[in-house]
Design a binder for this molecule. Sequence first.
Ligand code: C5P
Length: 406
Amino acid sequence: MLAGKRILLTVAGGIAAYKCHDLIRRLRERGAAVRCILTEGGAQFVTALSLQALSEDKVYGDIFSLTDESEMGHIQLSREADLLVVAPATADILAKMAGGLASDLATTVLLATDKPVMVAPAMNVRMWEHAATQANIAMLEARGVIRIGPDEGDMACGEYGMGRMAEPEAIVEAIEDFFGGANRPLAGRRALVTSGPTREPIDPVRYIANHSSGKQGHAIAAALAGLGAETRLVTGPVTLADPAGVEVIHVETARDMLAACEAALPADMAVCAAAVADWRVAEAADEKLKKNGGGPPSLEMIENPDILKSLAGAGNLRPALVVGFAAETENVVANAKKKRKAKGCDWILANDVSRATGTFGGDANTIHLIGAGGSKGGVEDWPRMTKEEVAGRLAERIAEHFGGGS
Ligand code: C5P
């Protein structure tokens, strides 16, 4: 089940560290390669030698070790893994992860990684229940960190409550679920998603933009990655965190967005959720435009490239499934159908943004999916749902379209 998967396991300093021996053994039995980082605290509970013997690999511990760095730089350590697991994850390491500290090899790797991260918290019940730990774990989960446990039960310190590390068996199961066939029907597929607004310069300090938050596009990228797709997200300027497990390319203008999308091809699917500016200033000024009594400048506008249309017309590089959005205030379905034809895309999600729906800038969408089949002349009416739910449902429909796997 885990054959060929590479797990980078950080063992931090808690009494539950002894369970990591069993964890490594079980992961290896299922075919995973395990490489360990042992923190200074962890080394008080288990030895590097035991981890090395069980993982049959070198154990890393010291960020300032010249030998380690020359053999395997700390950035490379995470690059070579498919998943980073922290077990046990102590209150201390969770706090450092939440705060972005890079005070030793483990925390540096966890900060430098672009790979998915799973934590198995283990600590005293009061430490777990402390507002600081709860805030840290909530922040980490919001950033896409996967949490397993803790469990309730007797603790090594003699107390009873939440804080026991999840059993190795449960951690292995969570890792299998993460890589698992059934839950990852898009494994082996490549997805491209656009999100957010674009920013079109007028001069070096001014620009034209729009209110797009990027919430919908980011949620779609996260949902596709969650189903196993190798996902690239090309986003304009937003205040959202990069979704975990997604390769994010930050751009400003529509032209940059198009270039980044073209560079991301080939892809099996493209979902265009960005609110791309339709026009830009023909020639942005090199210097800041001045108020010099002559009245406001007149700006000549020209059309921006249509990214959705370009991807749908990309010849032999065209993704097999191209999906667009249409925000409509009236004749929602009819207008969206026209847009689907005009853009040449396969599916279009018509988003009813008429004032009564309260969609614009809000957290919920009213969607009609056009082009994916369905009983009502190729239109599926979805109930009003949050942007995350829209993302989840779309990702599932896409997985069905691809027949549940590669
Ligand atoms: O034409 P309109 O902006 O209504 O079309 C919306 C759809 O087209 C969305 O999927 C949007 O991401 C995409 N689009 C694009 N590039 C543009 C304009 C829109 O990709 N320049």
